[in-house]
Design a protein around this ligand. Sequence first.
Ligand code: PLP
Length: 389
Amino acid sequence: MQKTVYLDNNATTAVAPEVVEAMLPFFKTQWGNPSSLHTFGSSTRRHLDEAREKVAALIGAADASEIIFTSCGSESNNMAILGAASAMGGRPHVLTSQVEHSAVLGPCGKLEKEGCRVDRISVDGGGQLKLNTLNEILAESNNPLLASFMWANNETGVIFSVAELAAQIHGAGGLFHTDAVQAVGKLPINMQEVPVDMLSLSGHKLHAPKGIGALYVRRGTRMDPLMLGGHQERARRAGTENVPYIVGLGKACELVLEKMGGDTLRATQQRDRLEAGILATCKGAGVNGDPASRLPNTTNISFEHLEGEGTLLMLDDICVCVSTGAACESGSIEASHVLKAMDVPRSRMQGAIRFSVGRYTTDAEIDFVLEQLPPIIQRQRELSPRTND
Ligand code: PLP
């Protein structure tokens, strides 16, 4: 069977072998409950603390106590937005963007239904926030502000200027959350240099397993818990801690810190070579998203007048994994809300494919895709009724 060429690392990543090794003892022998009074259970607490230190180190948090373990990035986003809104008295003016992940748009929509004003700021053709619109809205806002702007977009890789945005929201007396699920592990992040109050991250985007995430909450930030019950995570998230996965996330964060320099350089070179090769060999191909401010591993390419699903399936036939948009949203033929917000022309919107390289992508795999893709696009064009327009 042909080996899988996995170019969908923004959807999820392979669990690093070092992470699996680090987790195994907590399934096999050290499976106690960290809240137990006996030594067998309580001795696992040290490992939770160590993992918390490692996550804090990766994002430059001042104190490990600012890290709350959650089940995923979606939970972290929900907890930040709904928990902060509740602590603010339940009726903040919510600011977000049109291109956020559904795990941010969902809780913002819930707050809107409950009576909050929610403004979803539009973006320009490159996927960057329209700052004029944001400034106008800020000038006429008179409620306490709660802002949530993503650090990097999952579909295009476009990076928002989070430090400046957070400073602006703080200047207006507001609270700032960022969905950094795609940024953590790919970009250097230092919470002591950016005035962000809350930051979401997800293990499975950085070579830890699915089912573990974290929310950074800056000391002093008020946030009500969503999950009530036990006093775990300093009473901010009830539930017996998922020790093996927390240990895995800690190990994955440690590995990112060790490998980030090399991983980023290789990802950028592979992404750039892939992108340049595709643009040179595939008729009607064009990149979506501001190339000057993009994640190092991501390129979103539209093939004019084609259906992305068709291209994806033909690549799948030769075991090449890509995405037509956010993985959790594909399966529906709806065009991507991100590309729609960027006003990508209809002729290019349906044909968009996201390629996202990762730590284990090889140069040979990039060569393989560069060789296989042009005939696939050519064949798609022959099958497409719009070939000649
Ligand atoms: N936010 C962004 C930007 C994402 O890309 C994703 C996952 O694709 C999420 C949030 C949700 O993370 P999780 O899958 O851990 O719930």
